[in-house]
Design a protein around this ligand. Structure first.
Ligand code: SF4
Length: 291
């Protein structure tokens, strides 16, 4: 048995893959809406300790092909540390195809093209990046850097062959500012498209709700499901990326699951949204949703 340090989070698409906890917590841990790692103090786990755990995992599941490095932003680890982990994984799992991790824009920019290429050659070729919004004002209010940093990280990743799976949070700007949030987000993605794009719906744990409200400003009012679908619709309508973007809204927080490739499937996705907005397609019940 592998005893993970809980809570353990991973992207929906990594649900069937091997998870190796290379770090505990999130080094950044400052985003105002995020409660994922508030109970953990960030630490890089000792390489020998993680390698010994990988050895035990290899005995239990030797045919594993995909590995996700947890916790929060394991891509922040020193490049040589990551390369040693990748090398050990490749030695223990003969069928290994892909290694992935969460990353912040700061991690990607700090690595630079050379280290990104070295890691990609070692099979760490996919990162999950929460861009949340392309609107500078909102990014500042949620303590998530700037749109320029997001764009620079996305551009560097694409130029270096690192696949990015990016997430955007619907409802993040509330009723008053939703159009500015969505329009700037579409513009960012059109300038610097990730390979994969997903949307989530805002949900706040009680432990972070006060800080979120303090930073977001006094005028914040939650969006209801119809307004969230209108945000989704406007985002898809405005997306015209110069390279194909594989789009999903399959996260458990979403009222409506959508899947397609943009811009090719834009009209079909808009049709599905219009059907849902007109009541012709059921939404996921609230009790089945979660962040
Ligand atoms: S959203 Fe990501 S980067 Fe921000 S605090 Fe949470 S885990 Fe860390």
């Amino acid at each position: 048995m592998i005893a993970y340090d809980l809570p353990l989070w991973r992207p929906p698409s990594e649900g069937d893959n091997l998870i190796v906890q290379a770090t505990l917590g999130c080094r950044y841990n400052a985003c105002t809406f995020c409660s994922m790692y508030k109970s953990k103090r960030f630490q890089a786990r000792l390489l020998d300790e993680v390698c010994a755990e990988i050895d035990r995992m290899a005995m239990l599941w030797p045919e594993a092909r995909r590995v996700f490095l947890a916790d929060g932003d394991a891509y922040c680890l020193d490049t040589d540390h990551l390369l040693a982990l990748c090398g050990h994984l490749a030695a223990r799992f003969p069928a290994l195809q892909r290694i992935s991790a969460y990353a912040t824009p700061f991690d990607i920019l700090a690595k630079g093209a050379g280290d990104i290429a070295r890691l990609k050659a070692a099979r760490l070729g996919l990162v999950y990046l929460g861009i949340e919004s392309g609107w500078d004002d909102l990014l500042h209010r949620i303590a998530k850097g700037s749109a320029a940093q997001m764009e620079a990280a996305l551009t560097l990743a694409r130029a270096s062959g690192l696949k990015v799976s990016a997430t955007v949070i619907l409802g993040l700007a509330g009723q008053r500012d939703w159009q500015a949030h969505i329009d700037a987000t579409a513009e960012l993605i059109n300038r610097a498209p990730p390979v994969y794009l997903s949307t989530l719906q805002l949900g706040l744990e009680a432990s972070v709700a006060d800080r979120f409200r303090d930073r977001i400003g006094p005028g914040f009012v939650w969006q209801d499901d119809a307004a969230i679908l209108a945000e989704q619709r406007r985002l898809i309508e405005h997306l015209a990326p110069p390279a194909p973007v594989i789009f999903r809204s399959n996260h458990a927080s979403n009222a409506l699951a959508l899947a397609g490739t943009l811009p090719r499937d834009r009209d079909r996705l808009l049709g599905e949204l219009d059907s849902a907005l007109a009541g012709g397609r059921g939404l996921r019940p609230r009790w089945l949703r979660g962040m």
